[in-house]
Design a protein around this ligand. Structure first.
Ligand SMILES: Nc1ncnc2c1ncn2[C@@H]1O[C@H](COP(=O)(O)OP(=O)(O)OP(=O)(O)O)[C@@H](O)[C@H]1O
Length: 218
Protein backbone atom coordinates (compact mmCIF):
# COMPACT_ATOMS: atom_id res chain seq x y z
CA UNK A 1 0.00 0.00 0.00
CA UNK A 2 1.30 3.43 -0.96
CA UNK A 3 -0.10 6.53 0.66
CA UNK A 4 0.54 10.22 0.32
CA UNK A 5 -1.07 12.32 3.02
CA UNK A 6 -1.34 16.06 2.45
CA UNK A 7 2.03 16.23 0.76
CA UNK A 8 3.38 19.67 -0.01
CA UNK A 9 6.67 20.07 -1.87
CA UNK A 10 8.15 23.40 -2.96
CA UNK A 11 11.11 24.53 -4.97
CA UNK A 12 12.80 27.88 -4.65
CA UNK A 13 12.94 29.63 -8.00
CA UNK A 14 14.98 32.84 -7.63
CA UNK A 15 13.18 34.77 -4.89
CA UNK A 16 9.98 32.83 -5.31
CA UNK A 17 9.03 29.66 -3.46
CA UNK A 18 6.79 27.65 -5.75
CA UNK A 19 4.61 24.75 -4.64
CA UNK A 20 5.24 21.94 -7.10
CA UNK A 21 2.95 19.54 -5.22
CA UNK A 22 0.19 21.33 -3.36
CA UNK A 23 -1.48 19.21 -0.68
CA UNK A 24 -1.59 15.89 -2.46
CA UNK A 25 -3.27 12.87 -0.90
CA UNK A 26 -3.38 9.51 -2.59
CA UNK A 27 -3.76 5.83 -1.75
CA UNK A 28 -2.63 3.05 -4.08
CA UNK A 29 -3.63 -0.47 -3.10
CA UNK A 30 -1.08 -3.33 -3.32
CA UNK A 31 -0.27 -4.66 -6.79
CA UNK A 32 -1.96 -1.71 -8.50
CA UNK A 33 -0.32 -0.26 -11.57
CA UNK A 34 -0.55 3.50 -11.86
CA UNK A 35 0.46 5.76 -14.72
CA UNK A 36 1.29 9.34 -13.83
CA UNK A 37 0.92 11.81 -16.68
CA UNK A 38 1.05 15.58 -16.95
CA UNK A 39 2.71 18.41 -18.83
CA UNK A 40 6.44 18.90 -18.72
CA UNK A 41 7.33 20.50 -15.41
CA UNK A 42 4.07 19.49 -13.73
CA UNK A 43 5.94 17.56 -11.02
CA UNK A 44 5.74 13.91 -12.12
CA UNK A 45 9.41 13.15 -11.42
CA UNK A 46 9.18 15.10 -8.18
CA UNK A 47 6.37 12.84 -7.00
CA UNK A 48 8.28 9.74 -8.05
CA UNK A 49 11.39 11.00 -6.25
CA UNK A 50 9.34 11.50 -3.09
CA UNK A 51 8.19 7.87 -3.36
CA UNK A 52 11.81 6.83 -3.89
CA UNK A 53 12.86 8.74 -0.77
CA UNK A 54 15.19 10.87 -2.91
CA UNK A 55 13.29 14.02 -1.92
CA UNK A 56 11.51 14.89 1.33
CA UNK A 57 8.21 16.78 1.44
CA UNK A 58 7.93 20.20 3.12
CA UNK A 59 5.02 18.72 5.04
CA UNK A 60 2.75 15.70 4.89
CA UNK A 61 3.63 12.02 4.88
CA UNK A 62 4.78 9.51 2.29
CA UNK A 63 4.00 5.99 3.47
CA UNK A 64 5.10 2.85 1.63
CA UNK A 65 4.02 -0.51 3.00
CA UNK A 66 3.38 0.92 6.47
CA UNK A 67 6.73 2.73 6.68
CA UNK A 68 6.59 6.51 6.83
CA UNK A 69 9.52 7.03 4.48
CA UNK A 70 9.28 10.80 4.81
CA UNK A 71 10.44 10.33 8.44
CA UNK A 72 13.39 8.05 7.71
CA UNK A 73 17.00 9.04 8.35
CA UNK A 74 19.59 8.93 5.54
CA UNK A 75 20.88 5.45 6.39
CA UNK A 76 17.35 3.98 6.64
CA UNK A 77 16.46 5.66 3.37
CA UNK A 78 19.44 4.03 1.69
CA UNK A 79 18.15 0.62 2.81
CA UNK A 80 14.63 1.51 1.70
CA UNK A 81 15.87 2.48 -1.76
CA UNK A 82 17.70 -0.79 -2.11
CA UNK A 83 14.48 -2.66 -1.36
CA UNK A 84 12.42 -1.07 -4.13
CA UNK A 85 12.88 -1.07 -7.89
CA UNK A 86 13.74 2.13 -9.71
CA UNK A 87 14.00 2.38 -13.49
CA UNK A 88 15.04 5.63 -15.10
CA UNK A 89 15.05 6.80 -18.70
CA UNK A 90 18.84 6.67 -18.62
CA UNK A 91 19.58 3.03 -18.11
CA UNK A 92 22.21 3.57 -15.41
CA UNK A 93 24.00 0.31 -16.11
CA UNK A 94 27.54 -0.23 -14.87
CA UNK A 95 29.69 -0.17 -18.00
CA UNK A 96 32.60 -2.39 -16.82
CA UNK A 97 30.20 -5.16 -15.76
CA UNK A 98 28.63 -7.75 -18.02
CA UNK A 99 24.89 -7.75 -18.59
CA UNK A 100 24.55 -10.69 -16.21
CA UNK A 101 26.51 -8.93 -13.45
CA UNK A 102 24.42 -5.80 -14.00
CA UNK A 103 21.22 -7.82 -13.68
CA UNK A 104 22.30 -9.47 -10.44
CA UNK A 105 23.96 -6.39 -8.96
CA UNK A 106 21.15 -5.06 -6.78
CA UNK A 107 19.95 -8.49 -5.66
CA UNK A 108 23.50 -9.45 -4.64
CA UNK A 109 23.87 -6.17 -2.75
CA UNK A 110 20.75 -7.15 -0.82
CA UNK A 111 21.98 -10.74 -0.33
CA UNK A 112 18.87 -11.84 -2.19
CA UNK A 113 19.26 -15.40 -3.45
CA UNK A 114 19.09 -15.47 -7.24
CA UNK A 115 19.73 -18.79 -8.89
CA UNK A 116 21.03 -19.32 -12.39
CA UNK A 117 17.63 -20.65 -13.51
CA UNK A 118 15.84 -17.53 -12.35
CA UNK A 119 18.36 -15.24 -14.07
CA UNK A 120 18.11 -17.14 -17.33
CA UNK A 121 14.35 -17.44 -17.30
CA UNK A 122 13.91 -13.69 -16.61
CA UNK A 123 16.50 -12.82 -19.27
CA UNK A 124 14.66 -15.06 -21.74
CA UNK A 125 11.34 -13.37 -20.99
CA UNK A 126 13.01 -10.03 -21.63
CA UNK A 127 14.77 -11.23 -24.79
CA UNK A 128 18.30 -10.59 -23.52
CA UNK A 129 19.40 -14.15 -22.63
CA UNK A 130 21.81 -14.21 -25.58
CA UNK A 131 23.46 -11.02 -24.31
CA UNK A 132 24.27 -12.07 -20.74
CA UNK A 133 28.04 -12.05 -21.33
CA UNK A 134 28.06 -8.81 -23.34
CA UNK A 135 28.90 -5.38 -21.98
CA UNK A 136 26.10 -2.79 -21.75
CA UNK A 137 27.60 -0.66 -24.54
CA UNK A 138 27.24 -3.62 -26.91
CA UNK A 139 23.45 -3.50 -26.49
CA UNK A 140 20.77 -1.44 -28.19
CA UNK A 141 18.79 1.12 -26.20
CA UNK A 142 15.81 -1.22 -25.89
CA UNK A 143 18.03 -4.08 -24.74
CA UNK A 144 19.72 -1.86 -22.14
CA UNK A 145 16.32 -0.78 -20.88
CA UNK A 146 15.30 -4.43 -20.50
CA UNK A 147 18.51 -5.11 -18.54
CA UNK A 148 17.42 -2.32 -16.17
CA UNK A 149 14.02 -3.98 -15.82
CA UNK A 150 15.60 -7.39 -15.14
CA UNK A 151 17.89 -5.86 -12.51
CA UNK A 152 14.94 -4.24 -10.75
CA UNK A 153 12.76 -7.37 -10.87
CA UNK A 154 15.42 -9.84 -9.72
CA UNK A 155 15.56 -7.86 -6.49
CA UNK A 156 11.89 -8.87 -5.90
CA UNK A 157 10.59 -5.42 -5.03
CA UNK A 158 6.97 -4.87 -4.08
CA UNK A 159 7.21 -1.35 -5.47
CA UNK A 160 8.64 -0.45 -8.85
CA UNK A 161 9.09 3.21 -9.80
CA UNK A 162 9.67 3.89 -13.48
CA UNK A 163 10.46 7.39 -14.77
CA UNK A 164 9.92 7.58 -18.54
CA UNK A 165 11.39 4.08 -18.88
CA UNK A 166 10.65 3.98 -22.58
CA UNK A 167 11.49 7.61 -23.30
CA UNK A 168 14.57 6.78 -25.39
CA UNK A 169 12.85 4.14 -27.50
CA UNK A 170 10.93 4.33 -30.74
CA UNK A 171 7.15 3.86 -30.63
CA UNK A 172 7.10 0.12 -31.30
CA UNK A 173 9.94 -0.67 -28.89
CA UNK A 174 8.40 1.56 -26.22
CA UNK A 175 5.15 -0.35 -26.64
CA UNK A 176 6.90 -3.75 -26.41
CA UNK A 177 8.91 -2.81 -23.31
CA UNK A 178 5.85 -1.35 -21.58
CA UNK A 179 3.74 -4.44 -22.29
CA UNK A 180 6.42 -6.65 -20.85
CA UNK A 181 6.88 -4.43 -17.79
CA UNK A 182 3.14 -4.46 -17.07
CA UNK A 183 2.92 -8.22 -17.58
CA UNK A 184 5.89 -8.97 -15.29
CA UNK A 185 4.61 -6.63 -12.55
CA UNK A 186 1.17 -8.20 -12.85
CA UNK A 187 2.53 -11.73 -12.42
CA UNK A 188 4.59 -10.68 -9.41
CA UNK A 189 1.89 -8.49 -7.81
CA UNK A 190 4.24 -5.50 -7.86
CA UNK A 191 2.97 -1.95 -7.34
CA UNK A 192 4.09 -0.10 -10.45
CA UNK A 193 4.17 3.70 -10.61
CA UNK A 194 5.07 4.77 -14.12
CA UNK A 195 5.75 8.34 -15.20
CA UNK A 196 5.20 8.99 -18.87
CA UNK A 197 4.51 11.85 -21.25
CA UNK A 198 2.54 9.50 -23.42
CA UNK A 199 -1.18 9.27 -22.71
CA UNK A 200 -1.25 6.38 -25.18
CA UNK A 201 1.19 4.34 -23.09
CA UNK A 202 -0.50 5.47 -19.86
CA UNK A 203 -3.86 4.21 -21.07
CA UNK A 204 -2.49 0.66 -21.01
CA UNK A 205 -2.20 0.73 -17.23
CA UNK A 206 -5.30 0.10 -15.11
CA UNK A 207 -5.05 3.45 -13.27
CA UNK A 208 -4.08 6.87 -14.59
CA UNK A 209 -3.66 10.15 -12.74
CA UNK A 210 -2.75 13.53 -14.17
CA UNK A 211 -0.68 16.13 -12.36
CA UNK A 212 -1.76 19.67 -13.05
CA UNK A 213 -1.17 22.86 -11.05
CA UNK A 214 0.26 20.88 -8.16
CA UNK A 215 -2.80 18.65 -7.87
CA UNK A 216 -3.68 15.14 -8.95
CA UNK A 217 -6.69 14.60 -11.19
CA UNK A 218 -8.29 11.23 -11.91
N1 LIG B 1 16.69 20.59 -8.87
C1 LIG B 1 15.73 21.48 -9.12
N2 LIG B 1 15.83 22.74 -8.69
C2 LIG B 1 14.86 23.66 -8.93
N3 LIG B 1 13.73 23.37 -9.59
C3 LIG B 1 13.59 22.14 -10.05
C4 LIG B 1 14.57 21.11 -9.85
N4 LIG B 1 14.13 19.97 -10.41
C5 LIG B 1 12.94 20.25 -10.94
N5 LIG B 1 12.61 21.55 -10.74
C6 LIG B 1 11.36 22.20 -11.15
O1 LIG B 1 10.28 21.53 -10.53
C7 LIG B 1 9.17 21.45 -11.41
C8 LIG B 1 8.72 19.99 -11.52
O2 LIG B 1 9.77 19.25 -12.12
P1 LIG B 1 9.61 17.72 -12.47
O3 LIG B 1 10.92 17.25 -12.99
O4 LIG B 1 9.04 17.02 -11.31
O5 LIG B 1 8.51 17.79 -13.62
P2 LIG B 1 8.06 16.65 -14.65
O6 LIG B 1 6.57 16.70 -14.69
O7 LIG B 1 8.68 15.35 -14.29
O8 LIG B 1 8.67 17.23 -15.98
P3 LIG B 1 9.15 16.49 -17.33
O9 LIG B 1 7.93 15.82 -17.88
O10 LIG B 1 9.63 17.62 -18.18
O11 LIG B 1 10.24 15.52 -16.96
C9 LIG B 1 9.63 22.04 -12.75
O12 LIG B 1 9.14 23.37 -12.80
C10 LIG B 1 11.13 22.06 -12.65
O13 LIG B 1 11.68 23.15 -13.35
Amino acid sequence: MIELKNVIFSRVDGDIKRKILNDISLAITPATQLALVGDSGSGKSTLLNLLAGLLQPDSGEVIVNNTVISDLKAQQLAYYRRSIGIIFQQYQLLSPLSVKDNITFQARLNKMPCGEDEIISLAERLGIAHKLDALPQQLSGGEQQRVGIARALLNRPNLLLADEPTGNLDTQRAQDVLELLVELCDERAINLVLVTHSTRLASQLPMQLTLKDGQLHG
